[in-house]
Ligand binder design. Structure first.
Ligand SMILES: CC(=O)SCCNC(=O)CCNC(=O)[C@H](O)C(C)(C)COP(=O)(O)OP(=O)(O)OC[C@H]1O[C@@H](n2cnc3c(N)ncnc32)[C@H](O)[C@@H]1OP(=O)(O)O
Ligand SMILES: O=C([O-])CC(=O)C(=O)O
Length: 396
C-alpha cells in the first residue's frame, strides 16, 4: 500500500500543494485561463503588457492604468552599466540561459527596493524584472557576437523593442503583434516546474530575485522551457536526414524505439491538445507562407501526426503537442536564433513567476504563507539506518 502511494507521488503528479487565483488548467479539455480569461481571448484581444498587468494585479487595467504600466515598462528598460562590463568579460560561448540566470542577482543588487518586502515594493521589483529581461537577453546576444548592445527605442512596444534590440531591425507591425501574442501565450501556467521553483524559494522568505533565479534555472531544462530549442534541433535533424515527407513516420518510430523523446510532445497536465499549441500551429503555417518556410510546417505536422499515431499504437494515449512544438519554428521565422528561444520563453514567463511570487509571499490565495517542506522516504541501504561505524581515515 505504502509503495502504491509513493509511485503516484513521483514528480508530485496530481498532488495539490497550494491554492492559486492566477491561472487554471483543465487538462482533459485543453482549457487554460489567466485570472478568469480564456487564453484564446487574451491572445486575440489583449497585449502582453495588459496580460502582465492582469496577472500581477488580478484585474484588467483601465486605459489610464495601462498607459502608466506601459510607460513604467519603457522606463525600466535601462540596465546598470556594470552588467555590460560583466557580460563583456564572459566567454562568448556562455549559454544565454546561464547568462540570464547569472544576471538576476546582478540586477538584484541594483534594485532600490531589494530589501523592502511590502507588496508595493514587490510589484515594483516585478516591473523592473519584466522590463529588463528582454534587454538582458538581447544585450548578451549582441555582446557574444562582438556587437555593441543597442539602445532601447522608447517608441516601440515591449515586443517590438525586444526584436529591435536583438536583431537590429525594427519589426513590421504584423511580426511585432505575432511576437506579442507569443509572449501572452507563455506568460503563465499554474504550478509548472519553474513557477513551483520560484514559489518554493520565496516560501523561505527569500527575496523575489532569489526565486526568479531558481525559475530561470528550472525553465532551462529540456523537459520544460528548453524543449522549444530541442524541437528546432529535432526539425533540423529531420530536414537533413529525411529525403521525403513519407519517411518521417519511420524516423519518428525509430526515435521512439531508441527511447528518445519526441520533443514538444506530451505534457504533465494536458491529456489533449495544449490550447496554446493550436494558436502557434496556425501562426507557424501563416509565417511559413510569408517567409517561404512552409517546409518546416509540413515536416512538423507530419512529426505530430506520426507521433500521435505511434504513441497510441504503443498504448500511450493522450500524448499530443505542447506549447513548445510549434513555437521554435515561429521564433526562427522571426529571426530568433535557436539558443535564444528558451530565454524568449523566460522574458514572457517572468510575468507569471513574479505574480506567483507575490501570491506566495502574501498568502493571497490561501491565507498564511508557509514554508514548503515535503517528505522523502529514506531508502539508504548501508549498514542499517544508523548502524555504520565511523572509522578514522587511516583505517578505511
Ligand atoms: C513548457 C513545457 O514545459 S511543456 C513540456 C515540454 N517538454 C517536452 O516537450 C519534452 C518531451 N515530453 C516529455 O518528456 C513528457 O511528455 C513530459 C515530461 C513533458 C511530461 O511527461 P508526463 O506526463 O509526466 O509523463 P511521463 O514522462 O511519465 O511519460 C509517460 C510515458 O510516455 C512517454 N512519453 C511522454 N512524452 C513523450 C515524448 N515526447 N516522446 C516519447 N515518449 C514520451 C514516456 O517516456 C513514458 O513512457 P514509459 O511509461 O514507457 O516510461
Ligand atoms: O505546465 C507545465 O508543466 C509546463 C508548461 O506547459 C508550461 O510551463 O507552460
Amino acid at each position: 500500500m505504502a509503495e502504491e502511494v509513493r509511485v503516484k507521488n513521483i514528480g508530485l503528479r496530481g498532488v495539490t500543494v497550494a491554492d492559486t487565483k492566477i491561472s487554471y488548467i483543465d487538462g482533459e479539455h485543453g482549457i487554460l485561463i489567466y485570472r478568469g480569461f480564456r487564453i484564446e481571448e487574451l491572445a486575440e484581444r489583449s497585449t502582453f503588457p495588459e496580460t502582465a498587468y492582469l496577472l500581477l494585479n488580478g484585474a484588467l487595467p483601465n486605459k489610464q492604468q495601462l498607459v502608466q504600466f506601459e510607460q513604467e515598462l519603457v522606463e525600466g528598460r535601462q540596465l546598470p552599466a556594470y552588467l555590460y562590463d560583466v557580460f563583456k568579460k564572459l566567454p562568448r560561448s556562455s549559454d544565454p540561459m546561464d547568462v540570464l540566470q547569472a544576471a538576476v542577482p546582478l540586477l538584484a543588487v541594483n534594485d532600490p527596493d531589494l530589501n523592502d518586502e511590502s507588496r508595493e515594493a514587490n510589484v515594483r521589483k516585478a516591473m523592473r524584472l519584466i522590463a529588463r529581461f528582454p534587454v538582458v537577453v538581447a544585450a548578451w546576444h549582441r555582446i557574444r557576437h562582438g556587437l555593441e548592445p543597442l539602445p532601447s527605442d522608447d517608441s516601440l512596444s515591449h515586443a517590438a523593442n525586444f526584436l529591435w534590440q536583438l536583431t537590429g531591425q525594427k519589426p513590421d507591425a504584423e511580426t511585432a503583434r505575432d511576437f506579442d501574442i507569443c509572449l501572452i501565450l507563455h506568460a503563465d501556467h499554474t504550478f509548472n516546474a519553474s513557477t513551483f521553483a520560484c514559489r518554493e524559494v520565496v516560501s523561505t522568505q527569500a527575496h523575489m530575485y532569489a526565486g526568479v533565479a531558481a525559475g530561470v534555472g528550472a525553465l532551462s531544462g529540456s523537459l520544460h522551457g528548453g524543449a522549444n530549442a530541442r524541437v528546432m534541433e529535432m526539425l533540423q535533424q529531420v530536414e537533413s536526414e529525411v529525403k521525403a515527407v513519407d519517411e518521417v513516420g519511420a524516423w519518428v518510430r525509430d526515435r521512439i524505439d531508441r527511447g528518445e523523446k519526441i520533443m514538444g510532445m506530451g505534457h504533465a497536465v494536458y491529456k489533449t491538445f495544449d490550447p496554446r499549441s493550436k494558436i502557434l500551429k496556425e501562426m507557424s503555417l501563416r509565417l511559413g507562407k510569408k517567409t517561404g518556410r512552409e517546409n518546416w510546417y509540413r515536416l512538423l505536422t507530419r512529426i505530430e501526426e506520426e507521433g500521435i499515431r505511434e504513441f497510441e499504437k504503443r498504448g500511450k494515449m493522450g500524448i499530443k503537442i505542447n506549447v513548445d512544438f510549434y513555437s521554435g519554428s515561429v521564433y526562427a521565422m522571426m529571426g530568433i536564433p535557436v539558443d535564444i528561444m528558451t530565454p524568449v520563453f523566460a522574458i514572457s514567463r517572468i510575468s507569471g513567476w513574479c505574480s506567483h511570487i507575490i501570491e506566495e509571499k502574501f498568502g493571497e490565495a490561501q491565507g498564511k504563507p508557509a514554508l514548503y517542506r515535503p517528505k522523502a522516504e529514506y531508502v539508504g541501504d548501508y549498514c542499517g539506518p544508523i548502524g555504520c561505524e565511523f572509522k578514522p581515515l587511516t583505517e578505511r
